[in-house]
Design a protein around this ligand. Sequence first.
Ligand code: GTP
Ligand code: SPV
Ligand code: MN
Length: 579
Amino acid sequence: MNRTSVAEKWVDGTAGMTRPSNVVWCDGSKAEYERLIEEMLRDGTLLPVNTHTYPGCYLHRSHPSDVARTEQLTFICTREKDDAGPTNNWMAPAEAKAKAGEYFKGAMRGRTMYVIPYLMGPAGSTMSRTGIMVTDSAYVVASMHIMARVGDVAIKAMRRDDDFIAGVHSLGDLSPDRRLILHFPEEKLIWSVGSGYGGNALLGKKCHALRLGSWQARQEGWLAEHMLIIGVEDPQGEVTYLAAAMPSASGKTNLAMAVSSLPGWRVWTVGDDIAWIHVDATGQLRAINPERGFFGVAPNTSPRTNPNATAMVKSNTIFTNVALTPSGEPWWEGLTPEPPAGLVDWQGQPWKPGTPAAHPNSRFTVLAQQCPSIAPNWEEPQGVPISAFIFGSRRSKVIPLVFEAFDWGHGVFLGSAMSTETTAAITGQVGVVRRDPMAMLPFCGYNMADYFGHWLAIGSRASKAPRIFRVNWFRRGDDGKFLWPGYGDNVRVLKWIVERIRGGGRAQETPIGWIPAPDGLDTDGLALSRAQIAEALKVDRGEWRQALGELGDFYGQFGARLPQPIAATLAETQRKLRA
Ligand code: GTP
Ligand code: SPV
Ligand code: MN
C-alpha cells in the first residue's frame, strides 16, 4: 500500500500519545474482517448467534452507559466561538486538546492500534472524500468495514499527501466522565475518546460525513446532509429521486426501504442516513450516499413495518444491544407481536417483563448490498439527480402529514423551522420537543445561521431548484394514537409528491404551504375515514401562531447572522396566519 508520508507521520505521532503495543494498517479485506471476528469471539466482544437461521451474524453488548450518541460531550472546536454558533457546544482548540490529551495519554497501552484508511462515497466519484482514522476497538474496525470503503481504495482516492480527514479514536476507559467527541474543522481533525458507540466512534459517519463534511461543503459549495436518498418508481417505470432529512430514529431507514402499499409503485434505496449533494455543470443537484452500509435502529423493524430490512439482517449482520431468544436468535421489541418466552435481555440477564428486552437504541450493522431494495445505480459515481427534498420530523401535534413549500426560499425556511421529539438515539430524556433545523442540529459543523444562508445560495445556483416538502408521520389524535398508518403507506405521500413535481397533484393553499386537496392523496384501500385524513392534514392557525412565536425566539440567538430572507419569511407567514 502506498501510504503517504504525511499519514505515516501523523500515525506515528498518535501512537506516541496513545502508546499501543502494536500498530496494524487495515486493508479492508474479507480475510481481515474474518480475523477481527475471530478475535472478538475469543475475547467476548462478540457473541455468536444462531448460525443456522442467522449465518454470519453476531451480537455485541456495549457498556450499559455507552448506548447512544452523547451530544453534551460533543464539541466543535473552532478558533472563533461564533463560527461554531449558538447551537453547538464549543471548546477552544487548545483547551480541547489539553483535556482530551489527558484521556488519550497511554490509553492504548496493551492494545492494538488499527489504522483505517477509508473512502466516503463510491470509488471514482469526484464527490467522494477520504479519511484515515485510528482506533483501539476491533468492533469499530469491523463496523467501519461495513459502513465505509476501507483500504487501498481509499489510499488511491487521495488526491494529495494530506488529502484526508484525520480521526483519533480510543475506547479509553468507557467512562462518560472521560468521554469527549471533538471536531477541529480548521485542522481536518477529529478526536473521540471514551465511547465505542456508532455515531461517537465510527468517525466516517457523523463526525466526518456530517460535521466536518458540512464545513467543507460550505467552503466548496455543496451540501452534506442527514438525509436518506430514494428512487420512487411509478407504475410506468419512471424513477424520481428524492432526498429526505429526518432526525435520529425518526424514519429515514424505514422510508428508504419502504415496500409500497400502492400497486405499481416501488421505492429504491440509495442511502438511509447521509447524502452528499453537488450542483452539477448543468445546474442539476446530484446526490451520493457516502456510506457503504446501514447502521439501523432495530426496535420495531418487522416483516410488517420494514420487510426489506428484516430480510437484510438475516445474514452477515452485527447486532448491538438486542435481546436473544433461547435458540440464540436476535430479538427486539416489535419484531414479533409477542415476546418469545425465555428471552435474555440486551445486558445478558433473564428478561423481566416491563423492562426493555432490546435496548431502545439497539442497532444492526449490515452492508447496503444486502438490502433487497438497493437501487441498481446506488454506487454510480455521478450520483442520482434530486427532484425534491423532504423535511420530516416526529411531532405528535401541530405539523400536518405533508405539505409543500411555495418555493425554494420558503422550503429552506420550513427546514430551518423544524422541531422534533427526542428519541433514544441520543442520551437524555426521550419525547421532549426541541428545535432541529433540517435534522442537522447535532451534526452541523458550523454556525447554523451561515448554514441557512448556504442553503439559500445553493438554490440560486440550481438551474431548476428541487421542490421542498415537509412531512410528519407521527401526528397523534386525541386518543393518543398515530393518525397515519406510516411505513408502506408513506408511499401514498411520496406519490402525491411525485405528482406535484410533475405538475399534477391536487393541492390547496394555506398560510404554511400547499396541503393535499381532500381528494389529493391516494387513500384507496386505506381503512381511514375522510375525517381522519382531514385531521392528519389539518392546519390549526392558533397552534401555528404559537409555534412560530417560539421559532422567533430560536432565530433570535443568531442575531444579525441570520439571513434576512429567513426572518422575512417568518414575518410573512405570521402575517398570513393573522389575516
Ligand atoms: P437514525 O439511524 O437514528 O438516523 O434513524 P432513522 O431516521 O433512520 O429512523 P428509523 O427509520 O430507523 O426509524 C426509527 C423508529 O421510528 C423505528 O422504531 C421505526 O419503526 C419508527 N418509524 C419509522 N417510520 C415510521 C412511520 O412511518 N410511522 C411510525 N409510527 N413509526 C415509524
Ligand atoms: C443517528 O443518531 O442519527 C444515527 C445513529 O444515525 S449514529 O450513527 O450513532 O449517529
Ligand atoms: Mn442518523
